[in-house]
Design a binder for this molecule. Structure first.
Ligand code: PMP
Length: 460
């Protein structure tokens, strides 16, 4: 079946409702429709090629149409595409659980599969709360999150990261969880294990723990806040939280949905800090960006509290129809094989990326630049010297993103923040091309931004 580009565009406009997309603005724009890909480039239905500067929204690891992963999926298709994990096992999910245990930090011995980052987080939150309930401590049911965090769009994930702008119709439905200031550190591209977090960064968290630990089941943190606009944590934060959680009998959930599988320059951000969380959420890069598989990893100590006679009601009654999907698990296994070769090469790529990022210091209307590993966030601001932001409704990042698209790079901004997240396997020259296109896009967008900035500064 083939359809021409105009027919597809019309059907998209008539029948699709895109996720996390203001549809009116989408329909007024000239949306991209992807037809195929090659390596780190995507081609649209009009035949234009673009660099995949978002890694297809933070998932892609080795590029597209990777022979090893394609073949693994085809081989699995010859066996079976899907059977349930509810009360029974399957071959690739079993092997994948074992492989994951071998690459995540020591002590995480159990994998529960689901199908998205949000579900991995929901499962982690429910495990944390039921862990204490199973031990007759049902009062420990609150989760401490961080300001500017994001853990997915399902209700539980939203509840630990409420956002007045995005979640206003639902705010009243969300249970109230406490939040702490996030220990931001934007200028460390690559964390090393000996780096430590200043004690002052942990003080607000210690204060909340001191006051509320009797009600707290867990702390949840992203090592780099992604949807918050690429906000990396102080190196050493995860280890410091580990110590605090241990002393207050609170579990630590690390959400590595975005940072896992090499994104920070390490296999996992936890690996860089030589620490093990109680629960680890994985998704996105787990299949190399091919298929929707997510995993919630847990320690044996936690898992054991869910065992017992049936009438002890210790079971975690949570599951998704496609959990442990065989095609996805086969893709994930091939991804892990490729990662074994890729991971040692990522730090060098991070160094190249770091060099290229310097070019944005002089970019017009570029404000704060935040960078960790292969994640970059640049605020587009009305006045960098005075620190005057654009009003969020301008969606100023799109002025730069639209210009980048014309030059052959797709990026998806978050509000006023332009985000560049190249596939990890991008070569040195591909990285140089992507960053130079984005730098040029700031120049191209400058006249539009200048007009907006005049209006903003006049009203500020
Ligand atoms: N956690 C983090 C840190 C994320 O970045 C995301 C997605 N951007 C999610 C959870 C949710 O993942 P998904 O979109 O697969 O539900």
């Amino acid at each position: 079946m083939t359809f021409d580009a105009d027919t597809l565009r019309a059907w998209d406009a008539q029948h699709s409702w895109h996720p996390f997309t203001p549809m009116q603005q989408y329909l007024e724009s000239d949306p991209v429709m992807i037809a195929r890909a090659d390596g780190v480039r995507l081609q649209d239905t009009d035949g234009n090629w673009y660099f995949d500067g978002t890694s297809s929204v933070w998932l892609n690891v080795h590029g597209h149409r990777v022979a090893r992963i394609d073949d693994a999926i085809r081989a699995q298709l010859d066996q079976i595409a899907h059977s349930t994990m509810l009360g029974q096992a399957n071959v690739p999910a079993t092997v994948l659980a074992r492989e994951l245990v071998s690459i995540v930090p020591d002590g995480l011995t159990r994998a529960q599969f689901s199908d998205s980052g949000a579900t991995a987080v929901e499962i982690a939150i429910k495990i944390a709360i039921q862990y204490f309930a199973n031990q007759d401590r049902p009062e420990k049911r609150r989760i401490l999150g961080f300001e500017h965090n994001y853990h997915g769009d399902t209700l539980g994930a939203m509840a630990v990261a409420p956002d007045a702008l995005f979640h206003w119709p639902f705010i009243d439905m969300l249970p109230d969880h406490p939040r702490a200031p996030f220990p931001l550190r934007m200028d460390v591209p690559l964390v090393t294990p000996e780096m430590t977090c200043p004690g002052s960064a942990m003080e607000p968290i210690r204060t909340i723990l001191e006051r509320e630990h009797q009600q707290l089941a867990a702390i949840i943190i992203e090592p780099v806040q992604g949807a918050g606009g690429i906000r990396p944590a102080e190196p050493g934060t995860l280890r410091a939280l580990r110590e605090l959680c241990d002393s207050y009998d609170v579990l630590l959930i690390v959400d590595e949905v975005a940072t896992g599988f090499g994104r920070t320059g390490w296999p996992f951000a936890c690996t860089a800090e030589h620490m093990t969380p109680d629960l680890l959420c994985l998704g996105k890069g787990l299949t190399g960006g091919y298929l929707p598989v997510a995993a919630t990893m847990a320690t044996e100590r936690i898992y054991e509290t869910f065992l017992g006679p049936i009438d002890a009601r210790r079971t975690l009654y949570h599951g998704h129809s496609y959990a442990g999907n065989q095609l996805g698990c086969a893709a994930a296994l091939a991804n892990l094989e490729l990662c074994a070769d890729l991971f040692p090469r990522v730090p060098k790529k991070v160094h190249h990326f770091t060099d290229a990022v310097r070019a944005f210091v002089e970019a017009p209307y570029a404000g704060q630049i935040r960078h960790r590993g292969m994640m970059l966030g640049i605020d587009v601001v009305a006045d960098a010297h005075e620190g005057i932001p654009f009003h969020w409704s301008r969606r100023a990042g799109y002025a730069v993103a639209d210009a980048a698209r014309k030059r052959g790079l797709l990026v998806r901004p978050i509000g006023s923040t332009v985000i560049l997240m190249p596939p990890l396997a991008s070569t040195e020259s591909e990285l140089a091309e992507m960053t130079s296109i984005l730098r040029g896009a700031f120049d191209d967008a400058a006249p539009t931004l200048e007009a907006w900035a005049k209006a903003e500064v006049a009203t500020s």
